[in-house]
Design a protein around this ligand. Structure first.
Ligand code: C5P
Length: 223
């Protein structure tokens, strides 16, 4: 693995949680810290790639020489990903995208009024960003290499292999979740057409480098 093994490659990565508005001051989010995605963005940049990082709301500094696009909702994250996917060679979806969003986000702050009924939230499904990008012509033709993440609390091998096929992607990275959220260390298992392989417990920085090495090995030779 040479230090510049991703030279000339363009990498697009999603990171962090999404924030789904209930009204202008309230919303639904999750506890993803964005650390894994930011570590991948930084390691890819150091390996010579041109990196675009689409991030939900996180408290992390932008890695050096990485183009960062901040978004809030899953829909905004999808729009940004679609805008940049065509130009990319690698798409890595690390974001913990909210599965559902409130069906109607109120235009004005919902007031708490004495004697009024507690508001009820109704949800609709969010788009699956990874599955959508995996269906674009760039990905379908093999030009854009798509990588997903999966956090499973049990049956990792079975669930993650099934998820890779369901999402239509060549590589899926499994971790035992959700206790990896916010942690600096992780254990990753990578699943591809051939089977699976574990990357032992290490910092997200070290794992990011190892994962990018595995991806570089699997990229189609340039033609
Ligand atoms: O289906 P699940 O949420 O477990 O899949 C996780 C993978 O799919 C991650 O790579 C995540 O970034 C991606 N994903 C996505 N859009 C969604 C849900 C998940 O890109 N709406």
């Amino acid at each position: 693995f040479t230090p510049k093994s991703l030279a000339g490659k363009r990498l697009l990565v999603t990171a962090g949680p999404t924030f789904e508005a209930i009204d202008p001051v309230r919303g639904i989010t999750n506890r993803s810290s964005g650390k894994m995605g930011f570590a991948i963005a930084q390691a890819a940049q150091e390996a010579g790639a041109e990196v675009t990082l689409i991030s939900g709301p996180v408290a992390l500094p932008t890695p050096r020489n990485v183009a960062r696009i901040d978004v809030q909702s899953a829909q905004q994250m999808l729009d940004a990903a679609l805008l940049h996917a065509d130009a990319a060679d690698i798409f890595i979806a690390t974001a913990a995208v909210a599965d559902w969003r409130p069906a109607n986000s109120a235009e004005h702050k919902i007031k708490k009024t004495e004697g009024q009924a507690t508001p009820a939230l109704h949800f609709i499904e969010n788009p699956d960003i990874l599955a959508t990008i995996a269906k674009t012509p760039a990905a379908a033709s093999g030009k854009l290499y798509c990588v997903g993440f999966a956090a499973e609390s049990d049956n990792l091998i079975e669930y993650a292999s099934a998820k890779r096929k369901r999402k239509g992607i060549p590589l899926l990275v499994g971790n035992i979740g959700p206790n990896t959220f916010g942690q600096d260390d992780n254990i990753l298992t990578i699943f591809d057409e051939q089977g699976h392989q574990q990357l032992p417990k290490a910092s997200k920085r070290v794992l990011a480098k190892q994962l990018l090495q595995e991806i570089a090995l699997r990229l189609q030779p340039a033609h």
